[in-house]
Design a protein around this ligand. Structure first.
Ligand code: FE2
Length: 223
């Protein structure tokens, strides 16, 4: 059963003088609006729609599923133009490093604090973690297409993260990266094969010496 099927029918929900919509009803109104799109929903539209929400955990509580093994992805609504998922993360759980090839990804934080790390390509071919940021309740994280990132719940044990993810169009060609694609690849090998330090003091009587009085250059390998 989808979130939409469990709730009130659309139409006539808000009348003049009626109290403000609760978060769940506002979300369903948004889905109703977005269902009229046939293909890609523009990023500005996703931003505007999500930033107007005030979602609390209770608004999606029946769509939350947690696992101690990995974060869980719960599909709550979909159309040809987009899909909406509630993601549920225990402390320490993270997504793989990935992109959203061909799709816009808009994330609304419902409960807890998410940490997003953005990866960028380097000239040597490896991805490097360019920056990280934390996002609390009602924050938005928007990325698209070839943007590469990793999300996770780095809060202390016992603190859950619940986030709403909109993908437009629905994800179909997203790529997951290996740690070996990044500058973190082979890190433990780096520790074991740390190079020795080579002493090669620079002296004034080197190849471009100004004075011949000093002894010749010393080259020494230390263990
Ligand atoms: Fe993502």
């Amino acid at each position: 059963m989808t979130l939409g099927e469990k709730t009130l029918r659309h139409g006539g929900l808000l009348k003049e003088g009626a109290r403000a919509m609760d978060g769940r009803t506002a979300l369903l109104e948004l889905f109703h609006r977005w269902d009229s799109f046939e293909s890609l929903i523009p990023m500005a539209e996703l931003r505007q729609g999500l930033s107007g929400l005030t979602l609390e955990l209770n608004d999606v509580i029946d769509c939350t599923i947690f696992s101690d093994v990995a974060y869980q992805r719960v599909l709550i609504h979909q159309s040809t133009a987009y899909e909406a998922l509630v993601l549920c993360w225990r402390s320490g759980q993270r997504s793989p490093i990935h992109d959203h090839k061909g799709s816009i990804c808009a994330v609304y934080i419902i409960e807890g604090t998410a940490t997003e790390t953005i990866y960028a390509p380097s000239p040597c071919g490896r991805l490097f973690p360019a920056h990280s940021r934390s996002a609390g309740p009602r924050s938005l994280c928007v990325s698209q297409d070839a943007d590469i990132h990793q999300m996770g719940n780095l809060q202390p044990e016992g603190r859950d993260l619940v986030s709403l993810h909109l993908y437009s169009p629905p994800l179909s060609a997203s790529r997951i990266y290996s740690i070996d694609d990044t500058t973190l690849g082979g890190h433990d090998v780096l520790s074991a094969s740390r190079p020795q330090t080579i002493l090669s003091e620079i002296r004034v009587d080197g190849p471009h010496a100004l004075s011949p009085k000093h002894p010749t250059r010393v080259r020494q390998v230390t263990p």
